[in-house]
Design a protein around this ligand. Structure first.
Ligand code: FAD
Ligand code: NAD
Ligand code: ISD
Length: 426
């Protein structure tokens, strides 16, 4: 059995949803585009899963957060895809790809061919077993990557109300889930190997602000160690978590957020890989000219840094997806992708944004005892990155603009004195 399409998007997450919207904006014809997704629902805004989805009252539920509500655009339900003649093949895993033959084979045995393929397979959560610890399949151990994980997490959370949770990992998932657990009346201990939370991005000073805030909400931190094993009762229910430093933490539930691996396996040996992702050029085109890659799975040239990066954030997935569609449908009008990395998070009443690169010297500014502060990163004499907690819309716009402009900095002390005013004055 086989079907042929002009355009196929492999993966049905954030990048797929925004790419589909762009295809329609650019006049794709009925029957030309197909999206194949392992998930059983139309593309949705994944960030909701660790935020609104976990609220105890009035939680976000589909269809409210289908793409592209994250950018205040149309909400694309299955009906929208149907109305625009887009074939949405849901609940279907692609099990092999042959880029020479331009063919995908699904787990249901169907062959789908394409003229242009956009790979948007995202990433999978790393499992404890990959670090030599078993127990991931225990009833109260939760990961969080997709809707099925989120539903499971909500159930486990509800049955653990008033109890103890151990959160393994001090990155995005750990921080956002820990906040949600507290809001759900669960006592939280966070465990991670680094000296402070969000070690990939935060400076020790920034991290200590968030850690203090979390402590004020009752969260405890165990740093510099990792999980060694679980204790189970006679019903195979987890009762405690044993850490490598010998600590035993009693636990009714566990959330694991220890990073991801991009889903590249279908293309290994067929496309060039770099930095863990599918290497693409400024048109999001891989080493095979009919295959494009976007989102968590793509390693692309970040012009402003002069090097390639693989980013794991929603803004980058959305914009790269739209850029790939532009490059495919209007190649002569489409220039190289020129993306300024943008990351953000919201936890409790806090909210931060980061633009650019966190390399070089750090200059902190603002009131670290209050509720608005930030930092600039200055590399080789230029601002390359900025962070702001508690900013206004105008202030976030200003730090984004300054990071894009990369102004020269002669005196770090002067930059520190000027603080946010430096960005606002530009
Ligand atoms: P995904 O959205 O992960 O989509 C990949 C899709 O491909 C999935 O539907 C998957 O099932 C499908 N797929 C994979 N392999 C196959 C196959 N072989 N066959 C068929 N289908 C396949 N970023 C932010 O910037 N801000 C946030 O606040 C934020 N919050 C997040 C919260 C959570 C809980 C998670 C997990 C991530 C969050 N992120 C956030 C990161 C952001 O969601 C990702 O960067 C983004 O989803 C990447 O989009 P993508 O389309 O590349 O991958
Ligand atoms: P992450 O890379 O942000 O953090 C991984 C954390 O795992 C590290 O900070 C470290 O503390 C911990 N760790 C590493 N090895 C460990 C070990 N052996 N034992 C215990 N802990 C260990 O990844 P994540 O938090 O799992 O997030 C998954 C993905 O979801 C990422 O791509 C992230 O960008 C994305 N996400 C983003 C947001 C956002 O941008 N606001 C929110 C949620 C999720
Ligand atoms: O994707 C990401 C992310 O979450 C970060 O903190 O890239 C950055 C750093 O790993 C690199 O700047």
């Amino acid at each position: 059995m086989g079907r042929a399409f002009v355009y196929v998007i492999l993966g049905g997450g954030v990048a797929a949803g925004h790419a589909a919207h762009e295809f329609v904006k650019r006049g794709v014809s009925h029957g030309e585009l197909c999206i194949i997704s392992e998930e059983p629902v139309a593309p949705y805004e994944r960030p909701a899963l660790s935020k609104g989805y976990l609220l105890p009252e009035d939680p976000a539920r589909l269809p409210a957060f289908h793409c592209c509500v994250g950018t205040n655009e149309e909400r694309l339900t299955s009906k929208w895809y149907k109305e625009h003649g887009i074939e949405l093949v849901l609940g279907t895993r692609v099990k092999s790809a042959d880029v020479r033959r331009k063919t995908l084979l699904t787990a249901t045995g169907e062959t789908i061919t394409y003229k242009f393929l956009i790979v948007a397979t995202g990433a999978r959560a790393l499992k404890l077993e990959e670090f030599g610890v078993s127990g991931s399949d225990a009833e109260s151990v939760c990961y969080l990557r997709d809707l099925a994980d989120a539903n499971r997490l909500v159930n486990v959370m509800q049955s653990s109300s008033g109890g103890n949770a151990v959160v393994i990992g001090g990155g995005y998932i750990g921080m956002e889930c820990a906040a949600s657990l507290v809001i759900n009346n669960i006592n939280v201990t966070m465990v991670f190997p680094e000296p402070h939370c969000m070690a990939r991005l935060f400076t020790p000073k920034i991290a200590s602000y968030y850690e203090e805030f979390y402590r004020s909400k009752g969260v405890q931190f165990v740093k510099g160690t990792v999980l060694a094993s679980f204790d189970f009762d006679s019903n195979q229910k987890i009762t405690a978590v044993n850490l490598r430093d010998g600590t035993k933490l009693s636990a009714d539930m566990v959330i694991v957020g220890i990073g991801i691996r991009p889903n590249t396996s279908l293309f290994e040996g067929q496309l060039t890989l770099e930095k863990g992702g599918i290497k693409v050029n400024g048109r999001m085109q891989s080493s095979n000219s009919s295959v494009y890659a976007v989102g968590d799975v793509a390693t692309f040239p970040v012009k402003t840094f002069g090097e390639t990066r693989r980013l794991e954030h929603v803004d980058s997935a959305r914009k790269a997806a739209r850029h790939a569609v532009a490059a495919i449908m209007e190649p002569e009008k489409t220039t190289e992708f020129d993306y300024l990395p943008f990351f953000y998070s919201r936890v409790f009443t806090l909210s931060w944004q980061f633009y650019g690169d966190n390399t070089g010297d750090v200059v902190h500014f603002g009131d670290f005892l209050g509720n608005s502060f930030g930092a600039y990163w200055v590399n080789k004499g230029h601002v390359v990155g900025s962070f702001l907690e508690g900013g206004t819309k105008e202030e976030y716009k200003a730090i984004a603009k300054i990071t894009r402009l990369k102004p020269a900095i002669e005196d770090l002390a002067d930059l520190e004195t000027q603080g946010l005013e430096f960005a606002l004055a530009l």
